[in-house]
Design a protein around this ligand. Sequence first.
Ligand code: NDP
Length: 350
Amino acid sequence: MFKLLKSLYNHKNIYMRKIALITGITGQDGAYLAKFLKGKNYRVIGTYTGHKPNLFRLKKLNISKKIILKKMNINSSIQILKILKRYNFDEIYNLAAQSYVDKSFENPINTNKVNALGALYLLEAIKKRDKKIKFYQASSSEMFGNSKNIFQSEKTKFEPQSPYAISKLFAHYITRHYRETYNIFAVSGILFNHESPLRDENFVSSKIIKGLIDFKKNKGKTIELGNINIKRDWGYSKEYVVQMWKMLQTKKPGDYVIATGKSHSLKELIDISTNYLNIKAKWKGKGINLKLVNIPDNRIIIRINKKYFRPNDIYSTKGNISKAKKFLKWKPKTSFKKLIKILINDKIKE
Ligand code: NDP
């Protein structure tokens, strides 16, 4: 009897509610996507690894109690199939990843196990269990590497430059393969950098903003950075997750670039941040000796350290968003300046 009731409850048609699985729900995008899907009345099941889920992002968005959390490693076909048997999913969003490019140089094997094989395990489980489940794969602009094209689109040649990018490229191609070979509604969102107050502190944007706020409060040490001339197309995570959902609502599955179409350097990020924080500073020196100096007392706010240069860095990224504009009606709303203000205002409150 209990089993029957449980299976009726889990069956989506009883409530006509869609059921989504989000791998990596404890991460930045996972948390925003969960919030968005709850707003659309989905039942949201999210997975975590480790002993306990890291709930700080879900709590910050006030949804930790509105979702169902299950322990699941995407490297375990047994764990994946167990969850797929338990719920009749309509959509699976694969956001789980070892998502640090620099760590992927230190640990290329684990990066590929999670990012590349993880996607394959999920797709295999969908193929075995229910080919009607729609699948979203979190692809990355890192796959373009140092592209010769100024703007990168879905048709641009991939030239990955890191174990992270290579792992993402495998997942990207295997997603396409399952779409074309097994007729599974599988899409890849090629997302360019996106930030938010939920971004991990180890990412460079968070490191800079936290460092500058600490400096302003007279608490901080000199911030050490690698190449600050690299340019990135930066957007707002909260807007990007909506596009993930939209990709699964189209008539025909495909791949989409999600970006702003504009590129900014880390140096610009620093200049906008110091300005907004009213730190009076100026750049001195060149190359490896470049420093940002606090004008009133000559303290060094930022210095360059070779240790933070990546073995194979990407110089510039800029997305061509024509396809997403046409088919998803994608229109980035948050400018780079506004995004930085959002990040600073949130950090100041902590
Ligand atoms: P985060 O690093 O914030 O989150 C990654 C998530 O992956 C965590 O919730 C983590 O959960 C989970 N995870 C790690 N290993 C495993 C595993 N073996 N099995 C199951 N889950 C695992 O990433 P973001 O939210 O920033 O990014 C989401 C996705 O989008 C990632 O795939 C990322 O590579 C990709 N992407 C991100 C971009 C960005 O600018 N943010 C740009 C382009 C692509 P736990 O802690 O419980 O292990």
